[in-house]
Design a protein around this ligand. Structure first.
Ligand SMILES: [Zn+2]
Length: 479
C-alpha cells in the first residue's frame, strides 16, 4: 500500500439492471440498511450515467477498464464484424452473441489496448462477469458455473441459486486477506425485471436480498479486521422500462428484400447475408448493410442511403423508434435523427461539437456548440437523454459498430416476441441510462459516469491512474 492509499483492497458490486428510483425508494424506506450504513452514510450516493448501448456486459466494460465500449471494441451485446464475415468464412469471430457460450469470448473481444482492474489490482477475482481478463483461472472460479447456471434459470425460471452461489464466492474472496480487488455481480434484478417487470415484488425482493448478502460480507470483513481498509463501491449497468409493444426490427430489414443475418438465424445466413441486425436489451439495435461491393468495402451511411433513400424516414415512421444514429460521411460526423429533428455531433478528444440542424432530436434546450465532455454531461444530466451527445459519438469508435444504430421509444422493444419479455433496456432514454452509484468515500458533487469508477478505485488504492482513459477520478476536481 502506498502512503497516499486510503484503502488496501476494493470490492465492486454490480447490481445488474437496478433502477435508480426503486433503489432510492428502498434506501429511503430503510429496506437496504447495510448499503445505507456502510456505503451511503460514510460516503456518497449519486444518480450516475451508464453508456450506450445500455445493455448487460457492454455496460460492465467501463467499470472494469475506464473506457467507453467504443474504444474497448465491445459496442453491443450482439455485434457483426464486416471484415471477418467477408474474409473468414469458418471463423467464429465474425459476429457475436454474448448470450450463453458467447459470453466466454468477451475477454478475447476486449481491445488489446484496454487494461482491466483485474490486471492492475492483483490478486483479483471475478464472480460471474463476462469480463475477467487478469484474474487467472483460479480466481475466476465462477467462470464455469455461469452457463450451466443460466441454463438452469431458463429451465426453472429461478435465478436464486445463481445469486446464492455468487454469495459463497464473495465470502470466500473476502476471506483471502491478500486479495486486492473483487468484482461481484448480481443478475436477479435484471432477469426478473425482464420476466415480471421492474417494479414487481419479486424484483424488489432481489434488491433487499443483495443488501443481506452485502451485510454478511461486512460481518466477514469486520472479523478479519479489514472493514475500515476496504473500499466498497456499487453501480449498475442500466435501468429498465416496461414493454407494451414489440417491433420486429429484424423483419423490418428483411422485408426490404435484404438477406438478413440475426440471432437465431445465423446458420442460415452463415455465408450470404447482405444485411445484419443485432438487437440487444432489447431497446437498441445495430443495422449493418453490405453495399454494392464486398462487406469489407464499408460504404458511408450517405452511400447506403443512395441505395435505400427511405430507410431512415421509414424507421422513424415507426412508433417504436425514437432515434436513428449514423455517420453520414467519413469526417467523423455522427448524425442523430428523431421525429423531433436532427443534429450532428463530432467528438475530438475531450471536445464535443453539437450542431442542431433542424430541431433538437433530443429536445434539449439551447446548448453551446462546443463543450468539453464534462460540460456535455452537465448540460444534459437532468434531461430525458443524459449524456447522449458523448454516448452516440463514442460507440462509433468501434469498427464493430453498425452502419445505423436504432434506439427504441419508451414502451417498445425491437424484437419480435420470443420469450416473455415484459421489460427492456438498451436505449438512450433516461430510465435506461441512469443508474444508482454509491461508494463508502466522499466524491465530488457532480454526476458520475460509470467509466469514472475505474480511476477512482485506483486512486483510492494509491495506484497510478493510466493516461488516456475516458473516465475521470471522482475524488479530484479537474485541474
Ligand atoms: Zn444488465
Amino acid at each position: 500500500m502506498s502512503e497516499t492509499a486510503r484503502f488496501s483492497r476494493a470490492f465492486f458490486f454490480l447490481l445488474d439492471g437496478a433502477r435508480i428510483d426503486v433503489f432510492t425508494e428502498l434506501l429511503e424506506r430503510v429496506d437496504l440498511p447495510n448499503i445505507s450504513r456502510y456505503m451511503v452514510e460514510p460516503g456518497s450516493f449519486r444518480s450516475a450515467t451508464t453508456v450506450f448501448p445500455s445493455v448487460t456486459g457492454v455496460a460492465y466494460v467501463p467499470y472494469l477498464t475506464g473506457l467507453f465500449p467504443g474504444r474497448a471494441n465491445i459496442p453491443g451485446y450482439r455485434w457483426f464484424d464486416r471484415e471477418r464475415y467477408q474474409k473468414r468464412p469458418l471463423s467464429l469471430m465474425r459476429f457475436r452473441n454474448y448470450h450463453g457460450l458467447g459470453s466466454y469470448m468477451m475477454d478475447r473481444d476486449l481491445s488489446r489496448d484496454a487494461t482491466t482492474l483485474f490486471e492492475i489490482l492483483r490478486p483479483s477475482s471475478n464472480i460471474f462477469s463476462g469480463i475477467s481478463r487478469g484474474t487467472g483461472m483460479r480466481r475466476n472460479a465462477a467462470y464455469f458455473r455461469r452457463v450451466p447456471a443460466a441454463v438452469k434459470f431458463f429451465r426453472t425460471g429461478s435465478w436464486d441459486h445463481v445469486d446464492r452461489a455468487g454469495e459463497q464466492f464473495l465470502v470466500r474472496a473476502a476471506r483471502r486477506k491478500r486479495e486486492k480487488f473483487t468484482f461481484h455481480t448480481t443478475y436477479s434484478v435484471d432477469e426478473y425485471s425482464h420476466l415480471h417487470g421492474p417494479f414487481s415484488p419479486r424484483v424488489r425482493a432481489c434488491y433487499i436480498d443483495f443488501d443481506r448478502v452485502f451485510g454478511r460480507l461486512i460481518t466477514t470483513l469486520r472479523s478479519l479486521g479489514q472493514l475500515d481498509s476496504s473500499l466498497l463501491m456499487l453501480g449498475a449497468d442500466h435501468g429498465h422500462t416496461e414493454v407494451h409493444e414489440h417491433f420486429d426490427l429484424e423483419g423490418f430489414i428483411e422485408r426490404r428484400g435484404l438477406k438478413t443475418l440475426y440471432f437465431p438465424n445465423q446458420v442460415k445466413r452463415w455465408l450470404n447475408a447482405d444485411a445484419a441486425v443485432m438487437v440487444a436489451g432489447n431497446g437498441m439495435g445495430h443495422i449493418y448493410l453490405k453495399g454494392p461491393a464486398k462487406w469489407t468495402a464499408r460504404p458511408t451511411a450517405n452511400e447506403h442511403l443512395e441505395r435505400h433513400p427511405q430507410l431512415v424516414d421509414d424507421l422513424l415512421g415507426e412508433d417504436a423508434i425514437d432515434h436513428v444514429i449514423y455517420r453520414p460521411g467519413s469526417d467523423g460526423e455522427v448524425r442523430v435523427r428523431s421525429k423531433r429533428g436532427d443534429a450532428s455531433v463530432w467528438m475530438d478528444g475531450e471536445q464535443i461539437t453539437y450542431k442542431v440542424n433542424t430541431q433538437d432530436p433530443f429536445g434539449y434546450g439551447p446548448l453551446p456548440t462546443t463543450m468539453t465532455r464534462a460540460e456535455a454531461l452537465e448540460h444534459t444530466a437532468q434531461s430525458e437523454y443524459p449524456d447522449a451527445p458523448v454516448q452516440v459519438a463514442q460507440v462509433f469508435e468501434s469498427p464493430r459498430a453498425g452502419d445505423f444504430l436504432v434506439s427504441a421509444n419508451r414502451g417498445y422493444d425491437l424484437r419480435r416476441e420470443r420469450h416473455n419479455h415484459l421489460s427492456c433496456h438498451g436505449s438512450l432514454h433516461r430510465e435506461h441510462m441512469t443508474v444508482p452509484f454509491t461508494v463508502n468515500h466522499p466524491i465530488l458533487d457532480r454526476t458520475p459516469r460509470s467509466v469514472d469508477a475505474f480511476p477512482t478505485i485506483l486512486n483510492l488504492l494509491g495506484r497510478e491512474i493510466p493516461t488516456g482513459l475516458d473516465g475521470k477520478d471522482l475524488t479530484r476536481a479537474p485541474s
